[in-house]
Design a protein around this ligand. Structure first.
Ligand SMILES: NC(=O)c1ccc[n+]([C@@H]2O[C@H](COP(=O)([O-])OP(=O)(O)OC[C@H]3O[C@@H](n4cnc5c(N)ncnc54)[C@H](O)[C@@H]3O)[C@@H](O)[C@H]2O)c1
Ligand SMILES: CC(C)[C@H](C(=O)O)[C@@H](O)C(=O)O
Ligand SMILES: [Mg+2]
Length: 363
């Protein structure tokens, strides 16, 4: 008697934790999850973070939320924050939730890609000839520097310290160089620091220079001071390929890149525990738009969900090893914009729901 082979076990559904958060977070996450479900079969569970979690549990990152994120294949976050600081300096702050999550999951490499889409050339405050062809990635160190240094405050004074170790700088430099070396990129890394003032920046510059010279000699490396980089990002954005920088500078410069695309609402990000797998393998990670909770427009159905939808594309590509689905989502967003879709931040009147429908229709 011959035995037939056992039927192949169905591929496990990737487990996604969604953290809607605050303000427009729930609006943009709901939209992005519709797009995610349109391109595959995923098991999604939602957990609270930020002010929503403080309201429910007193903590911005409750232990149940962290445990679920640690066990998930990938995490999608909307935004946290109420837009105002609590009167009591000891009170928990929503933003601590996202910072603790990044640190707890070891997500030191934050990728913030920026592409100027031809359809949106007129939406940028920059001249079209300056933004034409811009395709850069900010690689922001995410778990060190001022955000995580020793700090204290009294009624009369306060300090935050900026610390970097050689190991922290080396590993994020490797991520930037790996990305710069990939097909379609220009093998150029611009490292941004403030080496004319800060010791951490001098260590940063020396370490980046050494890693590139020893391990990535084919990568063209240059260094810019952060003030000059801020200027160059709007005067000559097309000159950048991969921008490598520390935590605080990366936060500020990446919001500035909104001027290139036309709106902060369009920018996605991926926070990873290392370089994306070159073979498209599963990496996990946290995926979130660059923008915040936008309290000024929350609850009105006006927010652009595209930064979160494009973060889903990054999740599919870098977190879940599904590059074809990622390409499909990005192409659908481009087709919808080509067809004239414009939310108020881009000068139009499309709602969040209109945008979701347009992307789903273009898939
Ligand atoms: N990762 C995060 O969760 C994250 C990121 C940035 C800011 N924040 C928090 O968000 C709160 C508000 O901060 P803020 O106002 O300085 O920055 P923000 O990014 O929330 O908003 C800045 C401006 O951009 C607009 N905007 C942002 N996202 C948009 C979208 N998707 N569509 C259309 N317009 C959009 C807003 O309406 C606002 O005018 C603060 O509590 C801050 O700490 C959270
Ligand atoms: C909310 C805040 C802590 C966060 C940051 O500064 O990293 C945000 O501005 C971002 O860019 O993701
Ligand atoms: Mg920011």
């Amino acid at each position: 008697m011959t035995t037939s082979p056992a039927p192949a076990a169905p591929a496990a559904r990737p487990r996604i934790v969604a953290l809607p958060g605050d303000g427009i977070g729930p609006e943009v996450v709901a939209s992005a999850l519709q797009v995610l479900h349109a391109v595959g079969d995923f098991a999604v569970v939602e957990h609270p973070v930020g002010a929503a979690a403080i309201d429910r549990t007193g903590q911005p990152l409750p232990p149940d939320t962290l445990a679920a994120c640690a066990a998930a294949d990938a995490v999608l976050l909307g935004a946290v924050g109420t837009g105002h600081q609590p009167a009591d300096p000891e009170a928990p702050r929503p933003e601590q939730g996202v910072l603790e999550l990044r640190a707890a999951l070891g997500l030191y490499a934050n990728l913030r890609p920026v592409r100027a889409l031809p359809a949106l050339a007129a939406a940028s405050p920059l001249k079209p000839e300056r933004t034409k062809g811009v395709d850069l990635i900010v690689v922001r160190e995410l778990t060190g520097g001022l955000y995580f240094g020793r700090r204290a405050r009294t009624a009369d004074d306060a300090y935050d310290t900026c610390t970097y170790t050689v190991t922290e700088i080396e590993r994020v430099t490797r991520v930037a160089c790996e990305l710069a070396s990939r097909t379609g990129r220009r093998a150029r890394v611009t490292s941004v620091d403030k080496a004319n003032v800060l010791d951490t920046s001098r260590l940063w510059r020396e370490t980046v220079t050494r890693v590139v010279a020893r391990e990535y000699p084919h990568v063209a490396l240059d260094h810019l001071l952060v003030d000059t980089a801020a200027m160059r990002l709007v005067t000559d954005p097309a000159s950048f390929d991969v921008v490598l920088t520390e935590n605080m500078f990366g936060d500020i410069l990446s919001d500035e890149t909104a001027a290139i695309t036309g709106s902060l609402g369009l920018l996605p990000s991926a926070s990873l525990p290392g370089a994306p797998d070159p073979d498209g393998g599963i990496r996990g990670g946290l995926f979130e738009p660059v923008h915040g909770s936008a309290p000024d427009i929350a609850g009105r159905g006006q927010a652009s969900p595209l930064g979160t939808v494009l973060s889903v594309a990054l999740m599919l590509r870098h977190g879940l090893g599904r590059p074809a689905a990622a390409d499909a989502v990005e192409a659908a967003v481009e087709r919808a914009l080509d067809a004239g879709l414009r939310t108020p931040d881009l000068g139009g009147s499309a709602t969040t729901d209109d945008t979701t429908r347009a992307v789903l229709a273009a898939l």
